[in-house]
Design a protein around this ligand. Structure first.
Ligand SMILES: Nc1ncnc2c1ncn2[C@@H]1O[C@H](COP(=O)(O)OP(=O)(O)OP(=O)(O)O)[C@@H](O)[C@H]1O
Length: 272
């Protein structure tokens, strides 16, 4: 397992956002984390990536305990993420935004930078080459010298993914990557997620677009009130009464279960 979360708890004053949560993500696996609004999905991601310090629990990244470490320390151990609301440096160029991701592993000393030594110039070139490589990978064809904030929204999202990949992660967390994308862009995103996985990077995504979730995920984890209520293949989860109830409420869940039973009874009668 690349990520193993156990007994995770996060309290905000009186609100228990995450309540004894456990889940795992395997190497090169595509896992979606879904659940109604306020279920604790982003809170769990924020704990895993170090943006929130959990109240209790264990988070192991590639076997190493990372709960409570700073975001940069967790990033250095192989976790990269994107955000629900884009967090690009709007006043930097597209290229420099992605180059920022390479600084996690680029070896540069302050003295080299100050004196512009050949070693510094070499590493700057390496950083640019790597950034171009990831911008190619995410399919960003336009001007890379222009400001990031001048790009259309869908392309800014791709730059954010390119920056995360430039960190050379083992696990990539995507928080609502399809939000605000049009149909064509969603199809491209789906293919991009698969290509990232094919590089050997595990992916966990929070997503509200159910058709994307059902198509791209190998496994779906469902949260409600800070707890895991289901974990299985998209097909299993779609039929799970607890999941239907969490999304639609008890009456609708009863109606669905009743409909399913009637359908099954009908099939039984036909076969009799
Ligand atoms: N900074 C915060 N301060 C106080 N309460 C918070 C904070 N962040 C989240 N919460 C609360 O924690 C709970 C879980 O929120 P969280 O944003 O993790 O849910 P979510 O599943 O990601 O929801 P959504 O799908 O709407 O993004 C909610 O009750 C929310 O109001």
């Amino acid at each position: 397992m690349i990520l193993e979360v156990k007994d995770l708890q996060l309290d905000f004053g009186g609100v228990r956002a995450v309540d004894g949560l456990g889940f795992s993500v395997g190497e090169s696996e595509i896992v979606s984390v879904i659940g109604p609004n306020g279920a604790g999905k982003t809170s769990a991601f924020n704990c895993a990536s170090g943006f929130y310090k959990p109240t209790a629990g264990s988070i192991r990244l590639a076997g190493e305990q990372v709960a409570g470490l700073r975001p940069s320390a967790i990033a250095a151990r192989g976790l990269a993420r994107t955000f629900q609301n884009l967090r690009l440096f709007g006043d930097l160029s597209v290229l420099d935004n992605v180059r920022a991701g390479t600084h996690l592993w680029l070896r540069q000393s302050a003295l080299d930078a100050l004196l512009h030594t050949p070693r510094y110039r070499r590493s700057e070139r390496e950083s640019s080459d790597e950034a171009h490589k990831w911008l190619d990978f995410v399919g960003l064809r336009g001007d890379r010298a222009g400001l990031a904030r001048h790009l259309p929204y869908g392309e800014q999202r791709r730059v954010e993914i390119a920056r995360a990949l430039a960190r050379r992660p083992k696990l990539l967390l995507l928080d609502e990557p399809a939000a605000g994308l049009n149909r064509g862009e969603k199809t491209e995103l789906l293919a991009l997620i698969r290509r990232i996985r094919d590089l050997g990077v595990a992916i966990a995504l929070i997503e509200h677009d159910m058709s994307l979730v059902m198509e791209v995920s190998e496994r779906v984890i469902v949260l409600n009130f800070g707890k895991e209520i289901a974990d299985g293949t998209p097909e299993d989860v779609r039929r799970d009464p607890a999941v239907i109830e969490a999304y639609l409420g008890r009456d609708a869940a009863d109606a669905e279960i009743h409909a399913a039973r009637t359908e099954l009874a009908g099939e039984g009668a036909q076969h009799a």
